[in-house]
Design a protein around this ligand. Structure first.
Ligand SMILES: NC(=O)C1=CN([C@@H]2O[C@H](COP(=O)(O)OP(=O)(O)OC[C@H]3O[C@@H](n4cnc5c(N)ncnc54)[C@H](OP(=O)(O)O)[C@@H]3O)[C@@H](O)[C@H]2O)[C@H](O)CC1
Ligand SMILES: [K+]
Length: 486
């Protein structure tokens, strides 16, 4: 499990150590300098290479300056570009004493400073850290905009990319995209949330031995999947492993039902009862799927998956609503989202994409558009969980899961190739399988997101794939996970 924290929590945890005289900044700077040295070494040479350091007014800038001091002492040509009048005095003095060059943005101007920075082998972004309020401003923002336009820079972010909110991953204004972020004391939640994660590159962690509170966000890893993924025991039979009821598809969208069923079967559901249009029941179902009784109440299942491909079909919509109101664990996706009652119980999971979440919030008196959700995914997913009472899985390159109790997960194992029609239906199938097997909704949502992403990577192999291909890859992902386990 990867745990991440708010910037405030990390700062609070630093406080007692700082009061006891522990030089945390020296440890942070040492970690940052080592990351830079490693990059320089792997791309050629350390001695005589050049590093530009973008320096802000606070301790984030100080970390970068102290790292610059260490780099200068190793023979790296370092240039600190001071973004503001204010700078951490002792760090600045140490940097200068080690022979670093200083450039003041206010004197050198944006264009000159940008071309100077762009010539460096590596750039360290030490403009803003956990003390930031909002994004980069004024000439510093212009400098970063100019650097983004030049492009192709190898940037290492100090603690977090400047302009990314440490707690929420929100991005304000321009941000330099990093190849690596070296983060101190605790991984900041904003580094694992969209859109901030997209700017962070690889995340390296420098431990400062802090006593941290409960995590603000958790990300499952391979061990968590292995520990929690349901596997049949010797005495299990097809009913005891959990039966999933599926309400999916319509005459207009038969494929969505197929993909959701395929996803659920691939993820290990041993028994599925399907409710849908006669045309689909008559011949289009996978052979393993059992046609269910026509009403929700007449089917014995352990969980429901409702909504994929449900459109303009009163009978299917009735079934979706009955399943949502059944009190059983239920995943409501796509066509079931507009049918969601005002409040539901914590056994319900909803799986909107950004546009669907915006529509859901707007229907509940919070006018929202897709771009709002994309800008601050966590905030909107959290609001939806509070308003509906459901666990919310917000789809995207980084998937965010928020439970009505406020637990937050994020998963990002996927590949951009996953953005293909039907991909979400397969995800729904995987999640439905986990709910039917009795996995608690927030954990099920995070596990499904993880396995869906892994299956996408496997199916893609670096190139295009189909949603069916994602489902086909799921058993292989699970086989690799279970390898060596009895
Ligand atoms: N304390 C330690 O020993 C350690 C700190 N670490 C590093 O410290 C930063 C957090 O440092 P902090 O000084 O609290 O914050 P910042 O460096 O992010 O900078 C805050 C200063 O910047 C000004 N500010 C705030 N927002 C903006 C903005 N949008 N544009 C321009 N300037 C801004 C703010 O000034 P105000 O007076 O206006 O509030 C602050 O002066 C942390 O990220 C680590 O890198 C290490 O972890 C080691 C231990
Ligand atoms: K930074």
């Amino acid at each position: 499990m990867i745990s991440a924290y708010t910037g405030t929590a990390v700062q609070a945890a630093e406080k007692p150590l700082l009061e006891a005289g522990v030089d945390l900044m020296a440890r942070a700077a040492y970690g940052l300098a080592n990351a830079v040295l490693w990059r320089l070494r792997t791309s050629g040479r350390v001695y005589g290479s050049s590093v530009a350091l973008l320096i802000g007014p606070g301790n984030n800038g100080a970390d970068a300056l102290y790292a610059g001091e260490l780099l200068s002492r190793r023979g790296v040509r370092t240039t600190a570009v001071l973004g503001s009048e204010r700078v951490h005095g002792p760090a600045f003095a140490a940097f200068q004493a080690a022979g670093g060059t200083v450039v003041r943005l206010a004197e050198r101007g944006v264009r000159d400073s940008a071309s100077l920075v762009a010539q460096a082998d590596l750039v360290v972004d030490g403009l803003l850290g956990t003390g930031a309020r909002g994004g980069l401003r004024d000439a510093v923002a212009d400098l970063v905009a100019a650097l983004c336009e030049i492009g192709g820079l190898q940037v290492i972010a100090c603690d977090l990319p400047s302009g990314v909110n440490a707690d929420t991953g929100e991005v304000s204004g321009v941000v330099l995209s990093a190849i690596e972020t070296v983060t101190f004391g605790g991984i900041k939640a904003g580094l694992l949330l969209p859109p901030g994660e997209g700017f962070a590159g690889d995340i390296s962690y420098v431990d400062l031995d802090l006593s941290l509170p409960a995590a603000a966000l958790e990300r499952l890893d391979q061990d968590d999947l292995l520990r929690h993924w349901p596997r049949p025991g010797r005495s299990d039979h097809k009913y005891s492993r959990g039966v999933l009821g599926v309400v999916a598809g319509s005459t207009a969208y038969p494929g969505a039902a197929q993909l959701a069923l395929h996803g659920a079967l691939a993820a290990g559901t041993a028994m599925i009862r399907y409710l849908g249009p006669a045309t689909l029941r008559a011949g289009g179902l996978p052979p393993e799927v059992v046609p269910g009784a026509s009403t929700v109440a007449a089917n014995r299942v352990q969980a429901w998956l409702v909504g994929p491909g449900v459109s303009d079909d009163a009978e299917q919509e009735r079934r979706c609503l009955d399943a949502i109101n059944s009190g059983l664990p239920v995943l409501a996706d796509a066509g079931a989202l507009p049918l969601l009652p005002e409040r539901v119980g914590p056994q319900v999971v909803i799986t909107p994409h950004a546009g669907e979440l915006a529509a859901l919030l707007s229907r509940r008196g919070h006018p929202t558009v897709r771009a709002d959700v994309e800008r601050s995914a966590l905030e909107h997913a959290r609001l939806a969980a509070q308003l509906t009472g459901a666990t919310v899985l917000l789809k995207g390159a980084t998937i965010v899961v928020v439970s009505p109790q406020g637990e937050v997960h994020s998963q990002s194992e996927g590949t951009p190739w996953l953005a293909t029609a039907g991909s979400g239906d397969v995800l729904a199938g995987i999640l439905g399988a986990l709910l039917a097997a009795g996995v608690a909704p927030p954990l099920a949502a995070a596990m499904a997101a993880s396995v869906h992403g892994r299956a996408g990577v496997l199916a893609s192999g670096g190139g295009p794939m189909t949603a069916s291909g994602i489902a086909e890859a799921v058993p292989q992902v699970l086989r690799e996970l279970f390898e060596g386990i009895d």
